[in-house]
Design a protein around this ligand. Sequence first.
Ligand code: ADP
Ligand code: ZN
Ligand code: ZN
Length: 666
Amino acid sequence: MTKFAEIAVALPIDKLFQYRIPEALCGSLRIGSRVFVPFGPRTIVGYAVGLSDAPEVKEVRDLKGIIDKEPILTDEMLALTKWISENYFCTWGEAIEAVIPAGIKKGKEAIGSKIKVPEIKPEDLSRSEPHVLTKEQADALKEIVEYIDKGRHRTFLLHGITASGKTEVYLQAIDIVLARGRQAIMLVPEIALTPQTIERFVSRFGHRVAVIHSHLTPAKRFLEWKKIKEGRADIVVGARSAVFSPMSRLGLIIIDEEHETSYKQDDVPRYHAREVAEERARINQCPLILGSATPSLESFYKAKNGRYTLIKLTKRIEERLLPKVKIVDMRMELETRKKIAIFSKVLLDAIDKAVRAGKQSIIFLNRRGFSTFINCKKCGLVLKCRRCDAVMVYHFDEKKLICHYCNYRQDPPDICPKCRSGYIRYFGLGTEKVESELAHAFPRIRIARMDSDTTVKKGSHDRILTKFKAGETDMLVGTQMIAKGLDFPQVTLVGVVSADSTLNLPDFRASERTFNLLTQVGGRAGRGEDGGEVIVQTYTPGHYAILSAAKHDYEKFYDEEITSRKELFFPPFVDLVKVVVRARNEEYARKTAEDLAEALRAEDREAMVAGPAPAPMARVRGYYRYNVLLKGTDRAAMCALVKKVLTVFHRPHGILIAVDVDPISM
Ligand code: ADP
Ligand code: ZN
Ligand code: ZN
């Protein structure tokens, strides 16, 4: 007779807790259900992950109640969350909490309660019919279907240039999965979850689609979750967390734009959706498709080594050509025009030409604000955030200086806060300034700007895009928000104001990011019949990331980049575990990080331990940050090592320690 339950709780305590099941509840508790348990003086929600006959300690407290009659976690989800806790340095309870929607975490909402569920109506969308596939598309689909039919796991890397018809392959693969009575998950980056993408799925599959993204209210999110759980949806389209959709007949997972950094979660549990999807596909013995025009180095490396199956789509639909890319050496501009210009003559001429032809253009700069650098001419002071190591950026619309790391705001000073002189000057370049300079140079064209400043209000994102699509604006200026996914056939020109801003980031993935961004943003040009042109301004025109992006040559880029990763001992050759030590006092942070690195080195069997070193942004929100970096080939073993050391490590008061497995930034 089962009398005890093993309970996982969503706290950073790496163990399970045992509770006695009271007489009256015996027999009604099932593994995977939520329970109320006493925890110290409080009552909290826990998750039943095991049952047993014997107590492990003398004093076992009674659990207080069972929330779910039917388990909310299937065996699959229990296995998956356990795997996450072992691979991403969190507790089982923390991993479980991440896979169920916020609406039910507090134990308020029991499954099976009566909530009216409004159906997603396929609106007034006309049903879109499948295209007849091209030879490349058909071959790609055939390989994937083989695994759908065999009921076997395999990961496919679908490397297809922009507009080569990847999405059509996904749609038809899903169709086949549905026809076999199974279900599919389609992950897209948050940024791509525009009505455009959603429409494409809803118009093909109607009300069988559930959509999950971060803008849903907890209540709405819960309804979608319930719809899936009860088997009323067969396809989930969603951002990162949709990988946890509670489907019982999963037959396919797809990750579009698999290289996107938004697939990595920033908070505990810091999982990567690509890895979780692979584990889930393995548990379900179904295929996983990773799609991208610019695959992550990690995925392409696995494809080259045969761990993934590589499928290529090399041609654009209707044989449209990729846009011609022109690199403009801004050092030459500086020499010939004797001043620092924002726009080269080449770019200005190209804009002029597009305007005359009545075409649209997209101008890209990966930095928002007006002036990004404020400096006293007399004493040399650069205005920095009082809480961070970051420079203050002047925002013209708000007439404020804003820190992009902590959002601290202040009025622009009239005199230098250090030497009291009046020689404060504004330098640097953000999207606001680009917009205003272009409005100046081309007074007759209608310009819209899209960055996180202009899209704060609900719906403004869609409004800007809808107007652009309808031709009510001629030019779109923006940050990476406009780099991806947009399909506007009237755009013949894409201008990149500065390719250098991402290239100079202190991160081993800086080149990869630059290559991706240039390829993606360039892919917005020439999607219609009139072809397209991309103009890239840079002070480092010889860099391989820029050169290979200009030639649309992913493999050339990969070859260069993989060589450097190998030499420097970075992913995909090793896994990384980053331990961040933070404190308000710098000395204290550094000293603790040193002690911790020492303790890790003393234990070292599994990993190389580097550092501590100050984080590239050494101070944020008043906290100094030091990184200790572990490199090794066995991620779970590295996690176990860090867990072991941290359990006994004396953590002084006021010190915060965070562990990030497979970090996407340093
Ligand atoms: P990607 O996902 O690679 O960017 P899409 O699947 O969006 O490419 O395809 C680009 C465009 O071509 C879309 O408008 C799509 O409807 C269309 N398309 C895709 N496959 C075909 C096909 N086989 N025949 C005709 N048009 C197609
Ligand atoms: Zn000064
Ligand atoms: Zn700040």
